[in-house]
Design a binder for this molecule. Structure first.
Ligand code: WQD
Length: 336
């Protein structure tokens, strides 16, 4: 809130986007700019890319492990910060937990402490459906038990725990947004940076379509699902980005912390994504069924009733065709 501003009004905000050069971070930044907010991006470009930086943001290339770098930028004064700077490869987190401890956990503690030191009170946190682990019932709501099956999901759940304490002890109000599977690209094609070595389904399919990878390995087709392949709740990254703005506004208006799932309430299988991609790209996209990937549940789907009630959030772009089409719109430029 700016000095002298009436409490509860939503003025254009000064926002610090930590991880704003990344895949989701750049879409959040784009949505903020489209609304007229002023944005500072803090990013070490380890996984994000310069191509995703817009001319009208101020960019600081620095690391969340550099505490003085964080306090220096936060002293400029912000109405809210959005933290999306994390490693997110579930499989890798089981091989290199130390890397995830340092970056995801220590990095976030730095951000929280710097926010305390500089008086930033509104904190939007990129959390994950990975906090739930194996579903005990579907669709998953926010009351579902949180028993992460991988270290990545554990780091996200642990950070939610810190946020609860910093709310109680330091009045930092947070919105923890539990993303399901983000996919697609800006429908207007303004974001073109490809994720570096993503292991997620749609980026891998796109890599095959442009000839960067030979084939898609389908991790099992013997699941108890509609066609035997894994089912997930894909949500368009622009829909995700818009939820961040609504979450930020609600924090500024009400000053109460909350946790919410962000999914599209629809389950899409690997085969359905593959079929849509072959049709839209016109490419064969060769695939081969291999063994299941350890830790993969058959099906993961959210109910986003709470996001609708709290944030008035309804996905608009999260149909398979739009997610594949908008992704292809970016990837095809990189065809071999
Ligand atoms: C989706 C489906 C795979 C790749 C991720 C991570 C994390 C999280 C999003 C934010 C599954 C199948 C995949 C491939 C395949 N991000 N698949 N071949 O596993 O749901 O989890 O969700 O928090 O990035 O937790 O996403 O895209 O890896 O897999 O068959 O080469 O596609 O088995 O059924 P996942 P995913």
């Amino acid at each position: 809130m700016k000095d002298g501003e009436m409490p509860g009004t939503i003025d254009k905000m000064r926002v610090l986007v930590i991880g704003g050069a990344g895949y989701i971070g750049s879409h959040v930044t784009r949505a903020l700019l489209d609304r007229g907010d002023s944005v500072t991006v803090y990013d070490n470009l380890s996984t994000g890319c310069r191509q995703n930086l817009f001319k009208d943001v101020s960019f600081i290339k620095d690391d969340i492990l550099n505490y003085s770098g964080l306090t220096r930028v936060m002293k400029k004064g912000f109405d809210a910060l959005v933290h999306l700077a994390a490693f997110k490869a579930a499989g890798e987190s089981m091989q290199k937990p130390e890397k995830y401890s340092v970056n995801n956990i220590s990095g976030t503690i730095n951000i929280l402490n710097a926010a305390c030191e500089t008086g930033i009170k509104n904190f939007v946190f990129s959390s994950s459906a990975a906090v739930y682990g194996e579903p005990e019932y579907l669709p998953i709501d926010e009351k579902h038990p949180t028993k992460p099956e991988n270290y990545y999901g554990y780091t996200k759940l642990t950070i939610e725990g810190f946020l609860n304490w910093y709310d109680k002890l330091k009045n930092i109000r947070f919105a923890a947004l539990r993303y399901f599977n983000a996919a697609g690209y800006d429908p207007e094609g303004r974001i073109k940076g490809l994720e570096k070595n993503s292991a997620n389904l749609l980026p891998v399919i796109m890599d095959v379509a442009i000839g960067k990878r030979k084939e898609l390995l389908v991790f099992g087709d013997d699941y108890e699902t509609k066609d035997g392949t894994g089912v997930r709740d894909y949500v368009h990254v622009t829909d995700l980005a818009r939820a961040h703005l609504s979450a930020m506004d609600l924090l500024a208006k009400k000053g109460e912390s909350f946790i919410v799932n962000l999914g599209s309430d629809t389950g899409v299988s690997v085969n359905e994504m593959l079929t849509a991609a072959r049709k839209i790209t016109g490419k064969p996209v060769p695939s081969r069924v291999v063994d299941r990937r350890p830790g993969d549940p058959a099906k993961l789907c959210a109910t986003s009733k709470k996001a609708l009630a709290l944030l008035k959030w309804k996905p608009e772009y999260s149909d398979v065709q739009t997610m594949v089409r908008t992704a292809w719109n970016v990837y095809k430029a990189h065809s071999k």
